[in-house]
Ligand binder design. Structure first.
Ligand code: G3P
Ligand code: MG
Length: 230
């Protein structure tokens, strides 16, 4: 079962920062999940639509330009990174799950990945593009069928993972709150991988291992790896 650092190793550093990515690499996470938003022609890594929860800024992310966003303090000397900064830091050392939060220009994501594959130590198979926005995923899949997509859900649909199969997704990524064994079995029968967020509790991690879930997103990858692999 793959262990992804959720928003980087977010139990050990401010979420979605370069420090959180460094900690995830130190902890030997199999992969890192991060949240992607578009500001002008740039992609930045930040979870919320508003700035106040985890920065010294206020208002909507969208109301600020890149320079103003990069000047904000996220704690521990960290600021909002661009996707390209993260790609340079990680440089092919682990898998990357880019969760698309608010991106209008699909080609910006594709260009970053193409550049990472040609200029850095990444392969296309190192990337997973996930989103709750299934329309985005459909557009992405049409333009870049060689890059894996993961359909996110925080619900338990009547036909379980059917929507992910319809999208041609590599995996269905499900909120732990909505998961049961039927969902896992359904995904497997459709030939999909199934990954689950956000899981930090040992009991839950072990249950997912028993159900043969393919991956988990954890705020503390070191802890999850210890529980799962000893
Ligand atoms: O990608 C899994 C998970 O990160 C989705 O929810 O709100 O933590 O971005 P959220
Ligand atoms: Mg996320």
């Amino acid at each position: 079962m793959l262990v992804f650092a959720h928003r980087g190793a977010s139990s050990h550093a401010p979420e979605n920062t370069l420090l959180a990515m460094e900690k995830a690499l130190e902890q030997q996470a199999d992969g890192i999940e991060m949240d992607v938003q578009q500001i002008g022609n740039e992609l930045v890594i930040f979870h919320d639509r508003i700035l106040s929860r985890n920065s010294n800024g206020t208002g909507l992310v969208k109301e600020h330009n890149l320079k103003a966003l990069q000047a904000l303090d996220l704690g521990e000397g960290q600021s909002i990174p661009t996707l390209w900064q993260v790609l340079n830091l990680v440089n092919g050392q682990c898998l990357l799950n880019l969760e698309i939060k608010d991106v209008t220009d699909v080609s910006l994501v594709i260009c970053n990945i193409e550049r990472a594959v040609s200029e850095l130590a990444f392969n296309y198979t190192d990337f997973f593009i996930s989103s709750f926005d299934h329309h985005f995923l459909a557009k992405f899949k049409a333009l870049a069928p060689h890059i894996r997509i993961a359909a996110l859900t925080a619900s338990k649909p009547l036909k379980y993972a059917e929507f992910a199969e319809q999208l041609g997704a590599y995996s269905v990524n499900v909120d732990m709150c909505c998961l049961d064994e039927n969902f896992v079995q359904d995904a497997k029968q459709r030939g999909l991988k199934i990954m689950v967020y956000t899981v930090d509790e040992a009991k839950e991690l072990l249950k997912l291992k028993e159900w043969q879930v393919d991956g988990v997103f954890s705020n503390s990858p070191a802890n999850a790896l210890l529980v799962l692999r000893g």
